[in-house]
Each structure stands twice: as structure tokens, then as C-alpha cells.
Design a protein around this ligand. Structure first.
Ligand SMILES: [Zn+2]
Ligand SMILES: [Zn+2]
Length: 247
């Protein structure tokens, strides 16, 4: 299984990084974890084919994590003329938020008759969803975004990738990350405590309890980026756009 960092930036363009999007190529499936506004740009830059993606798992309903669906759908309709079904999983209200965003930016684009089945599935805390050969279990976290936010534990082909989504430290992260081959952790700040986001100093303290084999730090603000050389734990990687990780 191969994970490609399409975008590991925050909502503010810190470090010139693209917004959150991870592409996973598993033996039988290709899928995305989050789809920030710049996801299609990043995929085109990296030569990743949107047509091969069969599902998109959204952590929470902030624009830097889900609004790329708007451009994704117009590309699927007008450019690739997609016929393959697409499943999107997300918090309660994901479909309505997508329709609102799409109609604001490209009127008519959400109601157009598509050539492919578009299916939305909503999360319930702790309840696993099977999509194709992928099993995703959502765990509620703490990050106000107009709908419940989630960490995701994604299992396929005997491997596990977990993602914190955006959140301050919550105990549910331990269950989401435990034993994972890779835990992608939002690390917005370096050492100054922040509401609704984590810092490197907090994550560092929890590494043993999280129990993931490797941890990938993402969603870093300018202060965290300036201090990234202070991350020296051998289990921890600092994300870069375009980075590829074998899992
Ligand atoms: Zn974010
Ligand atoms: Zn957010």
C-alpha cells in the first residue's frame, strides 16, 4: 500500500503547501483521505489519476478538508466524463454542505445529471463502514466545524492508516491510532497550547500511548514549520507535499 501526500498544508497556505489531501493506493482500491480545495491541482501535479479513485473519506466539514469535492465533480463531469461510481463518507450533512458549496461556486453543478452514481454515507462514532475493500471507523474529536468532526481509522489489505483530522488532543485518538501502520497527526502548532488543534509538544508526550508504528505530522502552521528540525523521534515523519510512503 502506498500513501502519497497530495497536500499537507493548513487553511492559511502556510509554507506554500496545498490543502489537506492524502491519496492511498491499496491493492484493490485507490481512495482519498480528505479533499481540500487544491486537491485536484495536487493530483494533476503528481500524475495521480482521479478516475482511479473510488472513494473519498472526509474527516470534517471545513473548506480546507472537503471543498475540493466541488472541483472534483466538475472535472469528473466535463473532463473525464466519469461513469464509475464514487462513494463519499463524511460527517452528518456532508452532502448538503457539498451542494451548498458547489452551487455557490459553479451554479447548476450540484444538480446536473451525472453519468456516475454518487453516494454519500454519514458517520456514526465508533461504527465501521465498509466501502469496497476498505473499512473505515470514525471516532469523534474536538474541532467545531458545523458538524461533528472525526478521526478516521482506515483498514484495508491487512494494513491500517489512521488520521486525526483537525482536533485538539482527545482520548479517542488513542483508539483511532493504536497499532496503526501509520497515524497521520495534525500538528498545527509547535509548543504554544492552541484550542481545537494540537502541538508537537502535546503529540510527543502521547507517542507511546498512541501506539502507532509511524506518525506523520501534517497541517503545520508557520511556527511549527520553522521548528520542524526539532522533531527527532525516529517514529515520526514530517509531511511534505508529494511525499510517498510505503505502508
Ligand atoms: Zn484544516
Ligand atoms: Zn478544520
Amino acid at each position: 500500500m502506498k500513501l502519497t501526500v497530495v497536500g499537507c498544508g493548513d487553511a492559511f497556505g502556510s509554507g506554500g503547501r496545498l490543502q489537506t489531501c492524502f491519496h492511498v493506493a491499496a491493492p484493490e482500491e485507490e481512495f482519498l483521505i480528505d479533499c481540500g480545495a487544491t486537491s485536484l491541482i495536487g493530483m494533476q501535479h503528481l500524475g495521480l489519476d482521479p478516475e482511479r479513485v473510488s472513494s473519498i473519506f472526509i474527516s470534517h466539514l471545513h473548506g480546507d478538508h472537503f471543498s475540493g469535492l466541488v472541483w472534483w465533480m466538475i472535472h469528473a463531469h466535463h473532463v473525464t466524463r466519469r461513469t464509475r461510481a464514487l462513494t463519499i463518507t463524511g460527517p452528518a450533512g456532508t452532502e448538503e454542505r457539498f451542494v451548498t458549496a458547489a452551487e455557490a461556486l459553479f451554479p447548476g453543478s450540484a444538480t446536473v445529471k451525472r453519468r456516475f452514481d454518487l453516494r454519500f454515507i454519514e458517520y456514526t462514532h465508533g461504527k465501521a463502514i465498509e466501502v469496497g475493500g476498505v473499512r473505515v471507523t470514525p471516532y469523534e474529536v474536538c474541532h467545531p466545524s458545523g458538524a461533528p468532526p472525526y478521526a478516521l481509522r482506515i483498514e484495508t489489505g491487512g494494513k491500517t492508516v489512521s488520521f486525526s483530522g483537525d482536533t485538539e488532543w482527545v482520548e479517542n485518538l488513542v483508539e483511532a491510532a493504536n497499532g496503526a501502520n501509520l497515524f497521520i497527526a495534525e500538528c498545527f502548532g509547535y509548543d504554544k497550547p492552541l484550542g481545537y488543534h494540537m502541538t508537537w509538544r502535546e503529540i510527543e508526550k502521547q507517542l507511546d500511548r498512541l501506539g502507532a508504528k509511524r506518525v506523520l505530522l501534517t497541517h503545520m502552521n508557520t511556527e511549527m514549520l520553522a521548528n520542524r528540525d526539532e522533531v527527532r523521534d525516529p517514529r515520526v515523519l514530517v509531511a511534505e507535499d508529494g511525499m510517498v510512503i510505503d505502508i
